[in-house]
Design a protein around this ligand. Structure first.
Ligand code: MTE
Ligand code: MO
Length: 329
């Protein structure tokens, strides 16, 4: 059966997604990278098709019991593992969708620590094996909606971020969490490029972070996370645009002020702090009313209606009562 992956579909080009100045900065960077394939869109699609066909090597098993958290297991058909592990955004490894699968083999996921700092009574540096044992693993099947207009359905393995937060006992001053991800120029070829101000920093309000749907993920499809999907530990925020779901986390700071996230620094008028999925608030350069489900839609189609809070409104809507969502995008 031919792959149903989009080839020249409504996917915005990187030049549309990234602000022009940054894009031009990246163009310079890309010219300096002497890798024939990067320049050619067609070659890149072909490379990704090949990666998808191969499938990335299977990882060690990591299974979880079906989550009992309300809304955590959608009945929608999951995206194929091949697509979810070959069509990625992980800008530390490149800006084309095929780059992470091609380049992230250099990421060293052992040893790995996650430092918990700031406004907590029990700051601590957790080793990854300790984190893996901190709470029972659950399987959660979430929709993932990228701000670019595509979506997937992915079976993750992990536990609620709240389990980790409870262990470190936030102080009364902890209003926000700031997530720092690895920025290692030796193993990540685009760290040092001007695409973003590295490290990739993300943030959440503490009540958002404590919500039972906020997931600390270690695996997907019943296996440990492939590097390109954010090994060994990442966030998954199903009601927010995908870029809030920071990959390969090394530090979590509890802070009083709203964090300056990498995307807000890059283009605050396009990517807000909240970034809740919202079909009624368009991106300044494209509509957010509909989306393309990867592996499902035709080549040029973007026909699925996007749902308020990505379909998690019943669970998370109350977090935003009284907040003007068109101003707090
Ligand atoms: N560190 C880091 N995390 C990141 C990104 C990134 O570039 N760097 N991209 C984000 C974006 S835009 C999306 S859509 C999701 C994609 O996750 P997936 O590749 O596992 O589907 O990861 C997010 N997390
Ligand atoms: Mo994204």
């Amino acid at each position: 059966m031919p792959s149903t992956l989009d080839r020249v579909s409504g996917q915005p080009a990187p030049s549309e997604i990234t602000p022009r100045a940054l894009y031009e900065g990246r163009r310079g960077w890309m010219k300096r990278l002497a890798t024939g394939v990067l320049g050619s869109g067609l070659a890149t699609w072909a490379a990704r098709e090949a990666l998808a066909a191969e499938g990335s090597a299977k990882g060690a098993a990591l299974v979880g019991a079906k989550s009992a958290v309300a809304g955590a297991v959608t009945m929608e058909k999951s995206t194929s593992r091949a697509d979810a592990t070959s069509y990625n955004n992980f800008y530390e490894f490149g800006t084309d969708k095929a780059d992470p699968a091609r380049n992230a083999h250099t990421l060293k996921t052992r040893p790995w620590t996650v430092a918990i700092e700031g406004e907590v009574k029990k700051p601590k540096i957790f080793g990854i094996d300790e984190l893996l044992k901190l709470s029972a693993m659950e399987e959660r099947i979430y929709r993932l909606r990228c701000v670019e207009g595509w979506s997937m359905v992915i079976p993750w393995v992990g536990y609620s971020l709240a389990e980790l937060i409870k262990q470190v006992e936030p102080t009364g001053n902890a209003k926000y969490l700031e997530f720092h991800t690895l920025a290692d120029p030796k193993t990540m070829p685009f760290v040092g490029s001007r695409v973003l101000d590295w490290p990739y920093v993300e943030g959440l309000r503490i009540d958002e972070a404590m919500h039972p749907l906020s997931l600390l993920a270690f695996g997907m499809y019943g296996e440990v996370l492939p590097n390109q999907n954010g090994a060994p530990v990442r966030l998954v925020m199903p009601w927010k645009y995908g870029f809030k779901s920071a990959k390969s986390i090394v530090k979590i700071r509890f802070v009083e002020q709203q964090p300056k996230t990498a995307w807000v620094k890059a283009a605050a008028q396009e990517y807000g702090f909240y970034s809740n999925v919202n079909p009624k608030v368009d991106h300044p350069r494209w509509s957010q009313a509909t989306e393309r489900r990867i592996g499902e839609d035709g080549v040029f189609n973007k026909k699925r209606p996007t749902l308020m809070f990505n379909g998690y409104e019943a669970q998370v809507g109350s977090l935003y009562a009284g907040l003007d969502l068109s101003k707090n995008y």
